[in-house]
Design a protein around this ligand. Structure first.
Ligand code: AMP
Length: 132
């Protein structure tokens, strides 16, 4: 879809910190990470909502695979997932690794954005990508 930032990322028209790609899906780091390793998993095809994706089973298989890789790469057993879709109108699932005393409560505090530089983001993306 025209003017959709995630469509542009899927078509490689704008860069991202990629962690996984196959024919149908792409996973990349959120540019406003709520914790290091915060990842978004999208279908490359444009759908407004996650619930509109006609191959949800396949989508969830990929999300599960990435979540398990994040656990290993970020050295935590606790990875949470949520779906909002208010800011970017292209289906995406958030995966956020949790750490002891990471400042979030039972739920992720969306206003808590980590300052992580480009080099560190590249390092995190590489670490996750290598474990996929
Ligand atoms: P929401 O649509 O409310 O689920 O939130 C969209 C998420 O996408 C936010 O956490 C943003 O930080 C993230 N986001 C927006 N633009 C980009 C981008 N170009 N690359 C990576 N993440 C992005």
């Amino acid at each position: 879809m025209e003017n959709c930032v995630f469509c542009k990322i899927a078509k490689k028209e704008i860069p991202c910190f990629e962690v996984f790609e196959n024919e149908k899906f792409l996973a990349f780091l959120d540019i406003n990470p709520r914790n290091p390793g915060h990842t978004l998993v999208i279908p490359k095809e444009h759908f407004r909502w996650v619930w509109d994706v006609p191959y949800l089973g396949e989508y969830f298989e990929v999300v599960g695979k990435i979540a398990r890789v994040i656990k290993k790469s970020m050295k935590t057993d606790f990875v949470v997932s949520f779906i909002i879709g208010e800011e970017v109108p292209h289906a995406h699932i958030h995966l956020v690794p949790r750490f002891p005393e990471d400042g979030h409560g039972a739920l992720i505090d969306l206003s808590l954005i980590r300052k992580i530089g480009k080099e560190e983001m590249e390092k995190i993306a590489k670490e996750i990508k290598e474990n996929v």
